[in-house]
Write a protein that binds this ligand. Structure first.
Ligand SMILES: Cc1cc2nc3c(=O)[nH]c(=O)nc-3n(C[C@H](O)[C@H](O)[C@H](O)COP(=O)(O)OP(=O)(O)OC[C@H]3O[C@@H](n4cnc5c(N)ncnc54)[C@H](O)[C@@H]3O)c2cc1C
Length: 327
């Protein structure tokens, strides 16, 4: 059976101390099971509960390394580890998340393994000639294409919310095997000299959130209604470039061609015109709801549901109704 290797990075202080598997990792494991025999390579510490959670996802073998270089340097040693394990495990498919860091690890590992890399996948399926086909949204979201790697090993970086994460019907038994990997990192170019923990907002991570509420120039400096609706729905807050450039919200909230790409189950766009560069970052969302006071706004061309109205009236009413129904 095809070995599908999933890369799990536990080197960041947050990951190392949390005992839950991030949703994006659970999604990768769900895809891995559908494509073959899942194995995992963990960079960083592996706690008992994480090992158990991986077992519940049908992982029978975990390759792990806690070598200091993995946490002390930027991505290169992680790519070295991944490439070594992919060779050892004879992995035909390697899956990673779609963060900028994961994409760089994929690219470097691709060079080390002479493997084709397909990034930004929003779907994976078996191809007619064997191997996997990835769905990709390209050219600022104007086309959905299918891409496959023609090499013996194929590496895919997959966007969050591509599948509904599910545990395996049968957990791996009797015991998950952990293989400690010693490796000689070849590339130690950029060392991390300091880390500053970002203040926690209490909202889900923008790129992983199932629900995103985004505001644009139409909020006119006041993200209050956007935040209120996001909190009522348990969602993340995003923004157009007009809003981040104006300094109304931090740049990390920007969605679009030069910001984050998000694929949530629900994307609520408020006071955003829907320029092509904004669409590029959100049009693979499963359901798009647009609130805009201009009925001719291009955002309505891609919206599944549209409300022509003032966001300062529509959003608070929606938030109040959601809170009322949720009790
Ligand atoms: C190379 C390049 C890269 C770019 N990258 C990005 C990117 O990553 N992300 C991005 O977003 N943009 C990006 N842009 C900018 C993009 O072209 C648009 O300028 C930007 O998306 C516009 O933001 P906006 O929709 O918030 O503002 P506007 O286009 O000004 O639209 C504001 C909208 O709000 C509506 N509105 C106003 N008041 C209200 C109200 N009270 N209630 C309801 N609706 C209201 C208006 O009708 C209007 O449709 C990029 C541009 C370039 C050239």
């Amino acid at each position: 059976m095809t070995t599908v290797l999933v890369f799990v990075d536990r080197t960041s202080p947050d990951e190392a101390h949390g005992d839950a598997l991030p949703k994006s990792t659970q999604e990768l494991l769900t895809l891995a099971r559908a494509a073959g025999d899942p194995a995992v390579v963990v960079a960083g510490p592996l706690s008992g509960p994480v090992k158990e959670a991986l077992g519940a996802h049908g992982v029978a073998r975990i390759y792990q390394s806690e070598q200091a270089e993995l946490a002390d340097y930027l991505v290169a040693p992680k790519a070295d580890l991944l490439a070594q394990v992919a060779r050892e495990a004879s992995a035909a498919v390697v899956l990673l998340g779609n963060t900028p860091e994961a994409k760089e690890i994929a690219a470097r590992a691709g060079i080390l393994l002479s493997a084709g890399v397909v990034s930004d996948a929003v779907g994976l399926e078996s191809g007619p000639e064997g191997g996997l086909l990835a769905d990709k949204s390209v050219l600022a979201g104007s086309y959905l294409v299918k891409a496959r790697a023609t090499t013996a090993t194929a590496i895919f970086t997959v966007k969050p919310n591509t599948v509904e994460p599910e545990e395996a019907v049968q957990a791996s038994s009797p015991e998950v095997q952990v293989v400690e990997v010693a490796f000689g990192p070849a590339s130690l170019g950029a060392r991390i000299v300091e880390r500053t923990v970002k203040p926690v907002s209490g909202r889900p991570d923008l790129t992983e959130a199932r629900i995103v509420v985004a505001g644009g120039r139409g909020v006119d400096g006041d993200f209050g209604p956007i935040e209120e609706l996001a909190d009522a729905l348990g969602g993340a807050v995003g923004a157009s470039r007009a809003a981040t450039d104006a300094g109304w919200i931090e740049h990390s909230a920007q969605i679009g061609q030069t910001g984050h790409t998000v694929s949530p189950q629900l994307y609520i766009s408020a006071g955003i015109s829907g320029a092509i560069q904004q669409k590029a970052g959100m049009q693979t969302a499963k359901v798009i709801v647009a609130v805009n006071k201009d009925a001719e706004s291009p955002v309505f061309e891609i919206a599944d549901f549209g409300v022509v109205g003032d966001l300062f009236k529509v959003l608070p009413q929606a938030a109040a109704e959601i809170k009322r129904r949720r009790g």
